[in-house]
Each structure stands twice: as C-alpha cells, then as structure tokens.
Design a protein around this ligand. Structure first.
Ligand SMILES: Nc1ncnc2c1ncn2[C@@H]1O[C@H](COP(=O)(O)OP(=O)(O)OP(=O)(O)O)[C@@H](O)[C@H]1O
Length: 328
C-alpha cells in the first residue's frame, strides 16, 4: 500500500490493511551476538518480529540500540544472522528500501526546514517523484502545515521526532525501527506519536521501538521483547510480561506499632519468604507475591492488634525487575 492510504490523525477513515508486500516483513535474528571490542552488547539473541507494533524494553545499556543497528544493516553481527523480509540485513543495499530507521539522536541539520530534510532523504533514495513522496510523508506525520517550511531548530521535541519519522517513511518502508522515540516528549506529544505508530502497525507495517519505560511499552505494543545485559530476558504479550513482573519476589520495608509481634506473626505465612528486624526500627520483609503479601499483611496486623505505619516496596527499580526476569 502507499503511504497516502494511511490517514493522519485528523482523518476519521479506517486504515486499510497492507496488501502488496510480497510476503510478511518479518525480522528474524538467529543466534545473534555483537561485540564492541571486549564488550558483548548483544548476546546470542534469537527472535522473530512480525507485522504490528513490538516494544524492545530494557534498561540503559541493555543492547537495544545495537540490536536496532544490526537489523538496519549498519552493524555486522559478530555471530549469527539477521534477515529482514527474507534478505540478509548486513551489507545489503536492497534492505534500505524495506527499512526506515528513526535514530535516538537528532542527527539532523537544524538549519534545514523540515521539508528540505525530508526531501534530501527522498533524493538519497532516488525516488521517482520526490515532491509527491515528501508531501505524503509530511501528511502522514501531520507536518503538512506551515511548520514544514520552518527551520528544524524552531521545532518542539515532538515535531523534531515527527520530522525524523517522516524522513524514515518517505520511501514507504515496510519496517520502521525507532530508537527511544518518546524520549523528552511531553504527554501530549507522546500520545500523538503512539497514535501514529498504532496506525502504522494496524496497517500491516512492522514497527519496532525501543524504550526503558514500562508504561510506554504497555500502552503501545502488542508484543514485548525484554532485553537485559545483551540477552533476551523475556518475550510475549504485555500481559505475560506484566504477570512475570508482579509475581516476582518483592522486598518491603514495614514500620508498625509493634515490630516484634508483627515479625513473628508474619513468619510462616505462605506469601512471606523471610523477615528481618532492622537495627534502627522497622522490618524488612521478603515476599513471594506482591498482591498476596499486600492483602495478608493488613489481615495479620489487624489480627494481632498491630498498627501499620508505613509499607514501602524496597526494590521497585526497573533494574531489579529486569534482573529478576533474567534470572527466572
Ligand atoms: N561504539 C561502541 N563501542 C563500545 N561499546 C559500545 C558502543 N556502543 C555501545 N556500547 C556498549 O554496548 C552496550 C550496549 O549498548 P547499547 O547502546 O546498544 O544499549 P541500549 O540498550 O541502547 O542503551 P541506551 O538506551 O543507553 O543507548 C553498552 O554496554 C554500551 O556501553
């Protein structure tokens, strides 16, 4: 299908499904490893990504950018193979027709207007009708306004991201890769970008975006691939990943009117794995299941006439969630 069949947010028409793709635009990584010198950035990853929106979730330094660059054909795998729509990604100019990449950094000359930037990209792709392709791409990201003829340095963060997306889409690729596309955006800009990616995914494009923020991935992606320390830690739909995360062990700091009584009452409860009295007051409780422990704690305290003063999860950092997923 052509880009102009995908309406902008202002259009109410439904997005037609892609037809003339010549097979699904699948991304296949087979035992892929990438080293930078001694650093293993991607470690033996095997995965298949099909049409729709897929979130690549992982903390900083996990290897997400490296993985996107391997898929774009900018980096050679040290081991394994990467194919996109059945073609090898590395050293294959044919792949550039299939892929659009929106890099994390603003690698754009800010003195150009949005239209000039997208036009330059269209020319690089040697498109037969540059003006037409640029107009379609600008329409798609809703930048077919006076803003297209302003210099990029006057743009908001959201507009800069959208013009990068327009440039990445100008040659109508079937695969769109976006590295941390929501970084620095305000909530309205985020919603706008999410809507655009949703529409592209629904239209049959293969959309892969990286993020270190759970909520972004939850709201946008059908499928989530969790990358930690270069490895694929978990993969599935968001609900599966969410379940893995909430059923993991948690550590709580608990302050109460009678820590000793509470500690002895909690030991042996099914949801509790361990209890320690803190030297400075309060308890540290290791619980097997977040929901079950939260319910049980209130009941136990009531039963023993103990008043709860504070209950704080102690290990809620994203890193601890990821570490758990890797270990499980
Ligand atoms: N050009 C490079 N030379 C050496 N090491 C690198 C290079 N690029 C990345 N790395 C290292 O490879 C690992 C993975 O980095 P990568 O940028 O792919 O992760 P990321 O998940 O995208 O993180 P971020 O969101 O912080 O960019 C990190 O340890 C990083 O320091």
């Amino acid at each position: 299908m052509s880009i102009d069949e995908i309406p902008g947010q202002r259009d109410a028409a439904p997005v037609p499904v892609q037809h003339n793709l010549g097979g699904p635009a699948e991304i296949v990584l087979d035992n892929v490893t990438h080293w930078y010198g001694n650093v293993v950035a991607v470690n033996d990853i095997t995965m298949t990504i099909g049409p729709g929106v897929t979130g690549l979730l992982g903390p900083n330094g996990a290897g997400k950018s490296t993985l996107l660059h391997l898929v774009s054909g900018f980096l050679a795998p040290s081991r394994g193979t990467v194919t996109v729509a059945g073609q090898s990604a590395w050293h294959n100019p044919g792949i550039y027709k299939v892929i659009g990449l929106v890099p994390e950094r603003d690698s754009v000359y800010a003195f150009l207007t949005g239209r000039q930037f997208v036009t330059a990209t269209a020319k690089l792709h040697k498109l037969p009708d540059v003006g037409d392709a640029v107009a379609r791409a600008l329409h798609m990201v809703e930048m077919d306004t006076e803003a297209a003829d302003r210099r990029i340095e006057t743009y908001s963060k959201g507009m800069r991201q959208r013009i990068k997306v327009a440039a990445a889409l100008v040659h109508e690729p079937r695969v769109l890769l976006l590295d941390e596309p929501f970084n620095g955006m305000d909530p309205r800009q985020r919603m706008h970008m999410m809507d655009l990616l949703h529409r592209l995914g629904d239209a049959g494009h293969t959309i892969v975006f990286s993020s270190h923020i759970l909520e972004e991935v939850e709201r946008l992606s059908g499928t989530v691939q969790v990358i930690v320390s270069g490895r694929l830690a978990a993969s599935g739909d968001y609900r599966t990943i969410r379940r893995l995360m909430t059923s993991r062990p948690h550590v709580f700091q608990v302050a109460s009117s009678d820590d000793r009584t509470l500690a002895s009452a909690l030991i042996g409860r099914p949801s509790v794995n361990g209890v320690e009295l803190n030297p400075g007051g309060g308890l540290e409780v290791r619980a097997g299941d977040y929901g079950a422990f939260s319910r049980e704690l209130a009941a136990v305290a009531r039963e023993h006439g103990v008043r709860l003063r504070a209950v704080l999860p102690a290990d809620e950092s994203l890193e601890s969630v990821f570490t758990y997923l890797v270990a499980s």
